[in-house]
Design a protein around this ligand. Structure first.
Ligand code: ATP
Length: 368
């Protein structure tokens, strides 16, 4: 893909197009503000979408992330969004007031429309991808009963867990990509702020996190972050909890079975991948058209991401496209997906309790 949008389509889809020589750092600079939003209490989703082999895993994780034993010390030009976001997140948390949020992480892959918990341990203590289900709670939030959520206190801990999860992720060589990911990877970071009640039993608002980001706003008072009602608030006991969710998603690649030459099991995987990506496009389409019904439950992927792509959440889609002429059909298909994501910016989710506007953005990324 050329450095500048080459067609009205590309120009209208993308907020920003990154050329082949653009650094990981430059891409992350545009992602970074969403971490501030997360710390302000918004649910946030950052996902990479594109055809197989176009650079999604590179963008989200970095090169050979499955081989990297954790977050290396010092600067690393090749780091992808997940290690960079993790590091930035904990930097911001370290600048928070004394009542800082606690962070938990869960890591799942969605393989053939089944959710596997990549942090779950068997009785022997070995990590094994255990199958889970996603449900919608009475409050309208998504939940995965039994999902392993591990408390993390540093970026290194979190990235080490991601590394461990990647060891279990399904991969399969295809004609297009020798190390093709056959599943969607979803890393979920949940921040919890607990605000204790005072001696009268009166409950305070959750501790403002804005000090972290210097925005001067709190979880429930920020004029720049008005739509905070949808945050699940747990009034159990004497403390009040507010949670915000960040989902970092490395999608499996869209794929033309003819081009990738897959057969048998891999062909079945391709079919599930393409169906779930179509379901994601349908959800974005429904959001952009402000339809009353958003078909989140048509696939496990969209059901799992419901809290961070619908309602008042902030979604950032990075489209990875191939610079090769022979991939132009896939590139156009990716731009079509991006256009839906972009249009959803002004849409509303029908099932969310708040009618506040959905805020979404789309960033185009050309892979090298
Ligand atoms: N910007 C880049 N600079 C250098 N190498 C890159 C870049 N983007 C991708 N690559 C390399 O191209 C190859 C394919 O990239 P990657 O694994 O990220 O593709 P993918 O879109 O995740 O593929 P799949 O959907 O099949 O899993 C990898 O070897 C990766 O390191």
């Amino acid at each position: 893909m050329p450095e500048q949008p080459s067609s009205p389509d590309a120009a209208s889809v993308c907020r920003r197009v990154y050329g082949p020589a653009e650094s990981q750092e430059a891409v992350f600079a545009d992602v970074c503000p969403l971490l501030t939003s997360f710390l302000d209490g918004f649910n946030v989703c950052i996902m990479a979408y594109g055809q197989t082999g176009s650079g999604k895993s590179y963008t989200m994780l970095g090169p050979h992330a499955e081989d990297e034993p954790g977050l290396p010390s010092g600067a690393h030009a090749d780091w992808g969004i997940i290690p960079r976001a993790t590091e930035e997140l904990f930097r911001l948390i370290s600048e928070s007031p004394p009542r800082s949020p606690t962070a938990e992480v869960s890591i799942v892959e969605i393989y053939n429309n089944d959710i596997f918990d990549l942090l779950a341990k068997e009785g022997s203590g070995a990590v094994a991808g255990i199958k889970r289900e996603v449900v919608t709670t009475q409050e309208g939030c998504t939940e995965v009963p039994g999902l392993t959520c591990t408390a993390v206190a540093s970026a290194a801990e979190l990235v080490a867990l991601v590394h461990g999860g990647l060891q279990l992720r399904a991969r399969h060589p295809t004609l297009v990509h020798m190390a093709s990911s056959r599943s969607h990877l979803v890393v979920t970071v949940t921040l919890t702020v607990v605000s204790p009640s005072d001696s009268t039993g009166q409950q305070h608002h959750p501790a403002p996190l804005q000090g972290l980001a210097g925005a001067g706003k709190g979880w429930s008072t920020s004029p720049q972050a008005p739509p905070l009602q949808p945050l699940p608030v747990d009034h159990s006991g004497s403390a009040r909890q507010a949670r915000a969710k960040l989902q970092l998603v490395d999608l499996a690649g869209s794929e033309c079975a003819g081009a990738s030459g897959v057969t048998g099991l891999a062909l079945r995987e391709t079919s599930f991948i393409n169906r779930s990506l179509a379901a994601l496009a349908d959800v974005l389409g429904a959001l952009s058209e402000r339809r009353g019904h958003v078909p989140y439950r048509n696939s496990k992927l969209t059901h799992l991401l419901q809290d961070t792509i619908g309602g008042d959440a902030k979604l950032l889609v990075i489209l990875c496209v191939s610079p090769g002429q022979k991939h132009v059909a896939e590139t156009l298909q990716g731009l079509g997906f991006g256009a839906r994501a972009r249009q959803a910016e002004r849409g509303q989710a029908g099932k969310r309790p708040s009618s506040a506007q959905v805020r979404k953005s789309c960033v185009g990324s050309a892979s090298r």
